[in-house]
Unconditional design. Structure first.
Length: 153
C-alpha cells in the first residue's frame, strides 16, 4: 500500500462511514472519502467510489470525482480534504445552504416513478421482509452495511 494511504480504510473488513455522518456540514462526504481512499489503496471491496448517490455531492459542490480522488491520493486527512474542498469547489455555498442540502439528502427516499420504487422495495426486501422502517436511501445504506458485516436485520 502507498505510504500516503496508510490510513485508508479496508472496506473488505468494515463498511465506510454512514452516509449520515457529516463533515463540514455535508452528509455523505465522509463515506465518499472512505471509498475513494479505499479504492486508491485497493481495499474497496464491493464499495464503489463515484456511484449514483455520490453524484449528488459532486453536483452540489461542482468538484469532479477525478479531482477529489487526485487530492485524496496525496494522503490528506479529513480536515485537509475539507479545506481543499472549501477552497476548490466551483459551487460555493453558505453553511445554511449546506445544512439544507444535507437535510434534503438525508431524508431522500426513492423517487416516485414505478421503476425506482420497485428497485428500492426489492433491495430492502432482499435484506429483510420485516423492516418497514426503511424509507430513505440512507436507511437502506445503513441497513445494508450492517447486514453485510454480520449484523442481523
Amino acid at each position: 500500500m502507498n505510504a500516503t494511504l496508510n490510513h485508508a480504510p479496508n472496506l473488505t473488513q468494515r463498511p465506510p462511514r454512514s452516509p449520515r455522518v457529516r463533515l463540514g456540514g455535508y452528509v455523505i462526504l465522509g463515506r465518499i472519502l472512505d471509498k475513494g481512499r479505499a479504492e486508491l489503496a485497493g481495499t474497496a471491496g464491493e464499495y464503489k467510489y463515484n456511484n449514483p448517490m455520490d453524484h449528488h455531492w459532486f453536483r452540489f459542490t461542482g468538484i469532479t470525482a477525478e479531482a477529489l480522488k487526485a487530492e485524496l491520493a496525496t494522503g490528506n486527512g479529513d480536515g485537509e480534504m475539507l479545506a481543499w474542498i472549501e477552497e476548490n469547489a466551483p459551487h460555493k455555498h453558505t453553511p445554511w445552504e449546506v445544512q439544507q442540502w444535507s437535510a434534503w439528502l438525508n431524508e431522500r427516499g426513492p423517487d416516485g416513478d414505478v421503476e425506482t420504487l420497485e428497485f428500492f422495495t426489492k433491495r430492502v426486501g432482499d435484506i429483510s421482509k420485516t423492516r418497514e422502517d426503511v424509507k430513505t436511501w440512507f436507511d437502506y445504506l445503513d441497513l445494508d452495511d450492517h447486514v453485510t458485516f454480520g449484523g442481523k436485520a
